[in-house]
Ligand binder design. Structure first.
Ligand code: HEM
Ligand SMILES: CC(C)=CCC/C(C)=C/CC/C(C)=C/COP(=O)(O)OP(=O)(O)O
Length: 299
């Protein structure tokens, strides 16, 4: 039997707090940080870094997401996609959510300092503040380039994983960051086209609202071309092998196909399908990097 806390079952309360952390987004970020860790070394990642490093990154990302829920609670209440969120509906108070965010961020930082190194903790803190303060608190309401600049925070996890393992920044993880950085605009703008009216209603200057759908589709197409080119670079710099190259080409060609379909406007639901494909794309591309890495080690 579920325990009751006040008027609500404890299970429902836990679900609300879990939702504040944007768990699905954080899981995909963790996959990219794990790949960053594994690619950083031939010797195997120490289990403490693997477990507590990723946990630390996840707690900080979840904390940043909880702050996003607090800052955005009024606009979330206006949009159909987000109006049922815990703060938008008043099921969790801003003070409780901020306390939760602080506990997550502090425990994440403590784990990173204890089990990885100060550079990882600093870079993770910068990503946390980049998303929670710079993107959410300022850029989101200020410019249609909000997600391009803010995308850097979400793109950081492979670098965080790499630095947690090696203690220093190098070119290879920056390339992985660049891949996610180029992926973010087609990922988000496809959804923003699908939800254009809601963003307009909430007065958020997303690109389809400020510059129209055609302009946004052209930019999705351009960023997808850049993404395809950048995704081939791990092969070009001999970081990855032929298996990765084949996957990057296949996955990238399909992404480009979606971007063209969206641009032409010939198919219904093209925008939401492009958004959904973007998530599969990033997941599969990073799995390909990982499988290819171990294949190359065993050859
Ligand atoms: C500034 C950068 C980003 C922006 C603006 C953005 C925007 C969004 C939005 C608005 C959604 C919500 C879709 C919905 O609830 O219907 C979403 C979903 C998602 N995003 Fe992103 N995203 C960004 C970066 C990332 C990154 C870096 C990752 C992972 C590496 C990621 C992974 C996901 C996943 C897995 C979902 C699906 C979540 C679900 O189904 O609940 N996003 N993104
Ligand atoms: C430490 C670290 C790696 C931090 C990264 C933090 C993080 C969870 C970034 C997520 C990016 C994201 C989902 C943006 C959408 O926000 P939005 O407010 O535009 O979307 P919404 O309307 O769905 O809330």
């Amino acid at each position: 039997m579920a325990t009751l806390i006040g008027e609500r079952p404890s299970q429902a309360i836990w679900r609300d707090y879990l939702e504040l952390t944007k768990p699905k987004v954080v899981v995909l970020m963790l996959i990219t940080s794990l790949v960053g860790m594994f690619l950083a070394t031939r010797a195997g990642v120490p289990w403490t870094v693997l477990v507590f490093g990723n946990l630390g990154i996840a707690l900080c990302a979840g904390g940043a997401a909880a702050v996003n829920h607090v800052v955005d609670r009024r606009i979330d209440a206006v949009m159909a996609r987000t109006h049922k969120r815990p703060l938008a509906e008043g099921r969790v108070s801003p003070a409780a959510a901020l306390t939760f965010a602080l506990v997550l961020a502090l425990s994440g930082q403590a784990l990173l300092l204890a089990f990885t190194n100060p550079l990882t903790a600093w870079l993770t803190l910068a990503s946390l503040l980049g998303y929670a303060v710079i993107y959410t608190g300022f850029l989101k309401r200020a410019t249609p380039q909000n997600i391009v600049i803010g995308g850097l925070a979400g793109a950081a996890p492979p670098l965080l994983g790499w630095v947690a393992t090696t203690g220093h920044i190098s070119a290879e993880p920056l390339l992985l960051v660049l891949i996610i950085f180029a992926w973010t605009p087609p990922h988000f703008w496809a959804l923003a086209i699908h939800r254009k009216e809601e963003y307009a209603k909430a007065d958020i200057p997303m690109l389809p609202v400020t510059h129209g759908e055609h302009y946004t589709k052209v930019h999705i197409l351009l960023y997808t071309c850049v993404l395809l080119a950048v995704s081939l670079m791990p092969y070009v710099i001999h970081m990855s092998g032929l298996l990765y190259l084949a996957c990057a080409l296949g996955l990238g060609a399909r992404f480009l196909q979606w971007a063209v379909v969206l641009y032409r406007g010939t198919r219904p639901h093209a925008a939401i399908n492009t958004f959904k494909y973007s998530i599969y794309y990033l997941f599969l591309l990073f799995i390909a990097l990982l499988v290819d890495h171990y294949l190359m080690l065993n050859l």
